[in-house]
Design a protein around this ligand. Structure first.
Ligand code: GAL
Length: 348
């Protein structure tokens, strides 16, 4: 869990922005809610020096990366950077191709805790050949660095990702629209068998709070990502987020589903036209169940306890409302708003 600059700021990153975001992650309670990584995405790098080492943009990061990493660490947070396994990053900054070990060594010296590695300008290269170079370089660096593979699902990273990195993108880029988010999120069924503690499918970063979706759509986004045990990287401006956004990103019960110790990615158990039910088994023997309505008007959805192997008499809790619904027999029917979700915990 953490924050990444790309979804909101794209190339407009700077030392000042990252420091302010780290401050805001602490002051808003995001840190206490579990968000710990502060990750700079593309555009912090400009060229290579004569010895091949990467050069940080001197205008945007005048004091360099080490003092910035120190600052982030001083807040009790962790620090991440971005590079590309190809010849250039997607924004045409120098890529790490043929500089894999050198760059990882540099990051380790700065105190980097997380590296996201993209796949632009990688023509003729094979991801399952290039990415292991970074894995080995990280192992040799002597620093534990979370390794995020970002090759958009090319060559089924879920097959080689588990022994290469800690997370791997399964799809192309998300955008701040219901159509994009729902297409990505609802297409993740079946990938759960490749995920588990230390190695996760990554359906891309959160757009919650960026303004392009309705409230119910952001509830769907967050609940679906929690059921998918997805990495939760907020992508909004933490300095100015609304109470509504805070309540979504920091709902402790929803975060607990995502971060559950059992580490199982949920799956779809039922669908009917635009309606879908997804379930994630939890460590305490209960289940999280998302009743999703992808349709264009409010519709009723019935959760049949038998279908999810829950007891005939089950205790229900509404995770968004944070309210017990009591003990219910056999099934539960809820009206779910357009593009919305009713998110339940079902237990004995
Ligand atoms: C894309 C990547 C995005 C972002 C962007 C930066 O390839 O999927 O998450 O990192 O590059 O240019």
């Amino acid at each position: 869990m953490g924050w990444n600059s790309w979804n909101k700021f794209a190339c407009d990153v700077s030392d000042k922005l990252i420091r302010e975001m780290a401050d805001a992650i602490v002051s808003t309670g995001m840190k206490d809610a579990g968000y710990q990584f502060v990750n700079i995405d593309d555009c912090w790098q400009v060229s290579r020096a004569a010895d091949g080492s990467i050069v940080v943009d001197p205008d945007r990061f005048p004091s360099g990366m080490k003092p910035l990493a120190d600052y982030v660490h001083s807040k009790g947070l962790k620090f991440g950077v971005y590079t590309d396994a190809g010849r250039m990053t997607c924004q045409k900054r120098p890529g790490s191709y043929e500089h894999e070990a050198q760059d990882i060594k540099t990051y380790a010296a700065w105190g980097v805790d997380y590296v996201k590695i993209d796949w632009c300008y990688a023509e003729g290269l094979e991801p399952d050949v290039q990415y292991p170079k970074f894995r080995d370089a990280i192992a040799q660096s002597g620093r534990p660095i979370v390794f995020s593979i970002c090759n958009w699902g090319v060559k089924a990273p879920w097959t080689w990702g588990p022994h290469t990195g800690n997370l791997w993108r399964t799809t192309g880029d998300i955008s701040d629209k219901y159509s994009s988010m729902s297409l990505i999120g609802f297409s993740q069924d079946g990938l759960g068998k490749f995920a588990g503690p230390g190695h996760w499918n990554d359906p891309d970063m959160l757009e919650v709070g960026n303004g392009g979706m309705k409230h119910d759509e952001y509830l769907t986004h967050m609940a679906l990502w929690a059921i998918l045990a997805a990495p939760l990287l907020a992508g909004n401006d933490i300095r100015s987020m609304s109470e509504e956004t805070k309540a979504i990103l920091m709902n402790p019960e929803v975060i607990a589903v995502d971060q559950d110790a059992k580490g199982v990615q949920g799956h779809r158990v039922w669908d009917e036209g635009p309606l879908e039910i997804w379930v994630k088994p939890l460590a305490d023997g209960s289940q999280a169940a998302g009743l999703f309505n992808r349709g264009e008007s409010a519709l009723k959805i019935t959760l049949d306890f038998k279908a999810i192997e829950a007891p005939a008499s089950a205790k229900l809790r509404d995770l968004w409302e944070r309210k017990d619904l009591g003990t219910v027999q056999n099934s539960y029917t809820a009206e779910v708003p357009k593009h919305g979700v009713v998110f339940l915990k079902v237990s004995r």
